[in-house]
Design a protein around this ligand. Structure first.
Ligand SMILES: [Zn+2]
Length: 238
């Protein structure tokens, strides 16, 4: 008996992925992105920070462009051309009006039918979560609603960005309700996309090898869904 139903992604055509940092999409989510871009779906990444505080022994001024470059490489590997990186402060992200406004603006611009974020709970299945991931998730949930409310952020409407409803929210790294079926080739590209964060990973001495980690995550979810590989996701209708 399979525990996780497969996620029916047939009617997802435009997906906006919103994360706090360069590399956040690369822990399994990018495997599903590789599948979807192969299928001709439009996928856009919105990163809220440049990840400049992520390498202990390097100055943020040096780290920000480096991590941006590594993220662009990772995006290319999984077929994503549309990468926007905002300059909110890494490590100090707050889920306030400014962040919600920035996310709502992107939602109204890109007009996704689904939004993907990573888990925002303090206690996640893999341990205690990072403050920026928590802020990014909370702000995204609120901004999805804000983007659909014509009476909020009317300055966006003045700029021609009308209210837009994103119908579905997909959360990675959370208690899964569904599984996105993957092929091994998608998993391999996800491994390569994580490996693209070369300097960042080198600075983390205890980081497991991407070639162990990503097949591990996706084969475990695959087993739960009765397929070889899958990305576990929690799905909400908005
Ligand atoms: Zn992160």
């Amino acid at each position: 008996m399979t525990e996780l139903p497969l996620f029916d992604d047939a009617d997802v055509t435009r997906l906006l992925c919103i994360v706090a940092h360069p590399d956040d999409m690369e822990y399994g989510a990018s495997a599903a992105v590789a599948k979807w871009t192969d299928q001709g779906k439009e996928v856009s990444y919105l990163l809220l920070t440049r990840g400049e505080a992520g390498i202990r022994d390097m100055h943020p001024d040096e780290v920000a462009p480096l991590r941006e470059g590594e993220q662009r490489k990772a995006c290319t590997i999984v077929g994503v051309d549309d990468l926007e990186i905002l300059g909110f402060p890494d490590g100090l992200l707050e889920p306030g009006i400014e962040l919600r406004h920035a996310i709502a603006k992107k939602i109204r611009e890109f007009k996704p039918d689904a939004v993907m974020v990573s888990n925002w709970e303090l206690k996640s299945p893999w341990g205690l979560n990072h403050i920026d991931h928590r802020a990014a998730g909370i702000a995204t949930v609120d901004a999805i609603r804000d983007a659909d409310n014509p009476w909020l952020f009317t300055d966006l409407a003045d700029d021609g960005l009308e209210a837009w409803k994103a119908d579905r929210l997909l959360i990675t790294g959370a208690d899964a309700t569904h599984a996105v079926e993957l092929e091994r080739a998608h998993v391999d590209r996800a491994v390569a996309s994580l490996e693209a964060h070369t300097v960042y990973l080198e600075a983390l001495s205890d980081h497991p090898a991407p070639s162990d980690m990503i097949p591990g995550i996706t084969s475990e979810a695959g087993t739960r869904a009765g397929v070889d590989y899958a990305l576990p996701v929690q799905v909400f209708d908005m």
